[in-house]
Design a protein around this ligand. Structure first.
Ligand code: NAI
Length: 467
């Protein structure tokens, strides 16, 4: 095999594999190095995809158990077969990771199995078991992603003290599950295990859940999750864990009165964030600089301090989201092919796949206030949406924030069933610089949940029809 490439991408996650495919489409001779043994990175293997599988399956179980009989569907003897549920999830992951391998073949991307390490600005060595092969490339993209972060002194053994990876493959439903951190992972995995029967308590350092989310939505979200049975200890800092054989004692402090408390659980999920994965890449030897948070420093063109080496995804600044990494991967491939690759960081949607879902794009009300921006708010509850009503999905609302002077949409925040899909319409509207009036004048099919978006846009101008 010829060992010279136009582009070597290190990391085969959503950032890396998408970058490699786009570069190959644009005629660059491209290779992608991946050490995991399967493509798709954290997202496909131990993140977005398996968690969405379990979220979907556990929601079906929960609905069958709690809601169906109220709706005239009487099934007796509903039982959970956790092994079958896990194997269902594993199959979905396998099909999708294999699918990426097929896409590599189809697009003529060379798949280099092993750990990629930089030797110089044009040289990459790939270690696989005991073999070592050297490759040359005009350009290199680092897309190594992120790994689980923990707290000082807390060791994740993936038995009693688990990360998201462990939480995705428990063999039994824990009686008591304590979750440290009320972020995306904590709340999604908390929902899964609570629906399957765990008594779930979430301990969060801040005085609200989901940091960075529009506060009004965050408060509503917490109310709904509490109604579903998840307990919250906010304003509480976890200090240490005592990992005994069959349980774990969690020691935490109430931030308000500095009092120490303990709580016991069968399992503890540590979901306090993720850290960029840069170990063993030889970055400093090659001259690649990192920022104060250990992320690779890049300029607007996603170029590192070495001009032919780029970095994308979780390993650089910005939200740790698969779709953000994908956009960056495409932008770099297009820049390398002489096109004007670009990422619009103002329009990156975020979705939490709980029930109901939570989705947002653009600025929060708190951000607009701190930027001294004059804005108008339009809100519409799903309680007044006919489709939500007939489906018994009335929790939540749509909130649109628009510029007071120009009516341009600045942010959209939704909590409600299916809003993870609905937010795409808002991202598109914002990409085109839409005003609230533009959305209000767009015909939305009836009866759909999306009519709540149209109504919220009408509410920006204080003229909703159904509320
Ligand atoms: P996160 O950053 O979203 O939340 C971590 C939480 O832990 C914060 O609320 C923080 O205040 C809290 N915390 C930190 N130290 C603490 C302590 N000592 N005691 C109590 N609480 C403490 O991190 P998370 O949930 O682990 O997610 C990691 C990344 O993965 C995020 O960037 C997220 O965007 C991404 N992700 C995205 C998903 C999606 O798009 N649906 C799903 C899962 C993860």
């Amino acid at each position: 095999m010829d060992n010279n490439f136009d582009l070597i991408v290190i990391g085969g996650g959503p950032g890396g594999y998408v970058c490699a495919i786009r570069a190959a489409q644009l005629g660059l001779k491209t290779a992608c190095v991946e050490s995991r043994g399967t493509l798709g990175g954290t997202c496909l293997n131990v993140g977005c995809i398996p968690s969405k599988s379990l979220l979907n399956l556990s929601e079906n179980f929960h609905k069958a158990k709690k809601d169906f009989d109220k709706q005239g569907i009487e099934i007796s003897n509903i039982k959970l077969n956790i092994a079958k549920m896990m194997s269902n999830k594993n199959k979905s992951v396998q099909v999708l990771t294999k699918g990426v391998e097929f896409l590599f073949k189809k697009n003529k991307v060379t798949y280099l199995k092993g750990k990629g390490v930089l030797l110089s600005k044009n040289d990459v060595v790939v270690y696989n078991n005991n073999t070592k092969k050297n490759y040359k490339s005009k350009n290199i993209v680092i897309a190594t992603g992120s790994g689980v972060a923990s707290l000082p002194g807390i060791e994740i053994d993936e038995k009693n003290v688990i990360s998201s990876t462990g939480a995705l493959s428990l063999a039994e439903v824990p009686k008591k599950l304590v979750i440290i951190g009320a972020g995306y992972i904590g709340l999604e995995m908390g929902s899964v295990w609570s629906r399957l029967g765990s008594d779930v308590t979430v301990i969060e350092y801040l005085d609200h859940i989901t940091p960075g989310m529009d506060l009004e939505i965050s408060r509503e979200f917490q109310k709904i999750l509490t109604k579903q049975g998840i307990k919250f200890r906010l304003n509480s800092k976890v200090n240490s864990l005592n990992n005994k054989k069959n349980s774990v004692i969690i020691n935490f402090t109430d931030n308000k009165n500095s009092e120490e408390e303990t709580i016991e659980a069968d399992k503890v999920l540590v979901s306090v964030g993720r850290k960029p994965y840069t170990e063993g890449l030889n970055l400093s030897k090659v001259g690649i600089k990192k920022d104060d948070k250990g992320r690779i420093d890049v300029n607007k063109k996603l170029q590192t301090s070495i001009d032919n080496i780029y970095a994308i995804g979780d390993v650089i600044n910005g939200p740790m989201l698969a779709h953000k990494a994908e956009e960056e991967g495409i932008a770099v491939a297009e820049i390398l092919a002489g096109q004007a690759g670009h990422v619009n960081y103002d329009v990156i949607p975020g979705v939490i796949y709980t029930s109901p879902e939570v989705a947002s794009v653009g600025k929060t009300e708190e951000q607009l206030k701190s930027n001294n921006k004059d804005y108008k708010v339009g809100k519409f509850p799903f309680l007044a949406n006919s489709r939500a009503k007939v489906n018994n999905e009335t929790d939540g609302f749509v909130k649109i924030l628009a510029d007071s002077a120009t009516d341009k949409v600045l942010g959209v925040h939704i909590i409600g069933a299916h809003c993870g899909n609905m937010i795409a319409e808002m991202a598109l509207a914002m990409e085109f610089g839409a005003s609230a009036e533009d959305i209000a004048r767009t015909c939305h099919a009836h009866p759909t949940h999306t009519e709540a978006i149209k109504e919220a846009a009408l509410a920006v101008d204080k003229r909703p029809i159904h509320f």
